[in-house]
Write a protein that binds this ligand. Sequence first.
Ligand SMILES: N[C@@H](CCC(=O)N[C@@H](CS)C(=O)NCC(=O)O)C(=O)O
Length: 198
Amino acid sequence: MKLYGTVTSPYVRRVRVVAQEVGEDVELVDTFTEAGQAALRAASPIWKVPTAELDGVVLFDSHSIVDALLERRGRGALRPVAADQRWAESNFHHVVDGALDALINVFYLAKDGVSPDEASYLAKQRDRAAASLRWIEGALRGAYVTEQPTLGVTEIALLTSLEWMQFRHAYPVETHPGLVAFLAAHAERPSVASTRPG
Ligand SMILES: N[C@@H](CCC(=O)N[C@@H](CS)C(=O)NCC(=O)O)C(=O)O
């Protein structure tokens, strides 16, 4: 798979973890470089990473890329989504994305010199992330999203998001003991340890 992205992006890392779990080799096009950015803009009209080319198909979003990988390469040891858990797990995944998108907004605008104290929309993003992470901490079943103690794509989305928040000092994850314990439980898994930024 050709994967457009950076090694620090949490959305790209989700895909890299899943690719490793299902045995797919990744050829990374580093979009931090000028040439990589030009290649990304030629491949995707939304200019976001991850974008991927898999079996001749171009995919513009981590969810599509992960779904395509699982469909075409199998799940490896990853937990399938149980039919009766489908919508609960979908909600969980969207809350993870909601927290991450909110903090990515705060992070990038801080680089442009705008802080949440100066823009009420940004203060809302910060508060949305806090509310979402409190909800996630309450909804976790120990180190997993469901009662089944097996890593799945939702756990991967959560752990890559939380580790990005720590890496960028975007949110005080350490104030949530349940989230800290969740991260510790998965920290040594090879696909997780080998893709960690920093
Ligand atoms: N919904 C997208 C989100 C991807 C996303 O927000 N990527 C960020 C990097 S982590 C990005 O490309 N930001 C560049 C920009 O917004 O200009 C997905 O799941 O792939």
